[in-house]
Structure formats: structure tokens, C-alpha cells
Ligand binder design. Structure first.
Ligand code: FES
Length: 137
């Protein structure tokens, strides 16, 4: 077995844990549906991956970087929201702003399985939440 190339031509990377070790998808997919698993994504930015009800990973990941002033924030499974502790912004499960001061939806990245690893790539298509070009492109 050969580990897939870590860095892709499109700027993609394989998801790692906090210690810089590659994370096999199976390690995340044993978690129950609705789990938000934090991994090191593009530029090592902490990124939430979602386990879906069918036991697969959601095709986009959500970058853990508040669009107000850049704080990191936890997922609150009881409220089904990301809640920023810095100034109270709240985002829905897909990263749309529910309450400011955050001005923009959370940045998303593309998530694909490669062998048993998770490839994270820049999201450059239309933002499925807004129907617009992504604000970060
Ligand atoms: Fe998140 Fe201000 S940085 S609300």
C-alpha cells in the first residue's frame, strides 16, 4: 500500500490530526451521524468534517475560522449550531450566519476520499449555500 501524495497540484492536502499524522477516514466514520470531527485542513487550518446519516463524510468541510475576527469556535450539538465564543456569532449546521456580528458564511472546502485518506481541496465552485461565487475566491 502506498500513501497517496500528500500535496495535490490543485493545492489540496490530506487531512491530518493535531500531531500532523494522516487521519484515515475510518477513524472519523466510526463516530455517530452528526459528528463534527476537527482535522487540520488546508494551510493547517482547523476544519470540521461532518459524518452524515448514511455513514459517509459530507462533501464539504467547514473551516473553523469565524468570519468576524477569526476566532475558532465549537460545534454545539444541542443547538445544532457553531457558536463563536468571542462575540457571539452563530452559524447553522452548514455554516450560514444565524446571528452576527459575523458578516459572511463560514468558508467551506471540498472533501473527497482517496484510498483510505481524506483529501481536502479549495472550494472554488458556486457556494451551494448562497448560489453565488464564494467570497473567498
Ligand atoms: Fe467570532 Fe467575533 S470572532 S464573533
Amino acid at each position: 500500500f502506498v500513501t497517496p501524495t500528500e500535496m495535490g497540484k490543485d493545492g489540496s492536502i490530506l487531512a491530518k490530526d493535531i500531531n500532523g499524522n494522516l487521519i484515515p477516514a475510518s477513524q472519523i466514520l466510526v463516530e455517530p451521524p452528526g459528528t463534527r470531527a476537527l482535522v487540520a485542513g488546508l494551510a493547517a487550518e482547523p476544519t470540521y468534517l461532518t459524518v452524515q446519516s448514511d455513514g459517509t463524510l459530507h462533501t464539504w468541510g467547514i473551516v473553523d475560522n469565524c468570519t468576524h475576527l477569526g476566532c475558532t469556535f465549537p460545534w454545539n450539538p444541542n443547538d445544532n449550531q457553531f457558536q463563536c465564543p468571542c462575540h457571539g456569532s452563530r452559524y447553522d449546521a452548514d455554516g450560514r450566519v444565524i446571528r452576527g456580528p459575523a458578516p459572511l458564511p463560514l468558508k467551506i472546502v471540498s472533501v473527497n476520499l482517496e484510498e483510505e485518506y481524506i483529501r481536502i481541496s479549495p472550494w472554488t465552485e458556486i457556494d451551494p449555500r448562497t448560489g453565488q461565487k464564494p467570497w473567498w475566491v
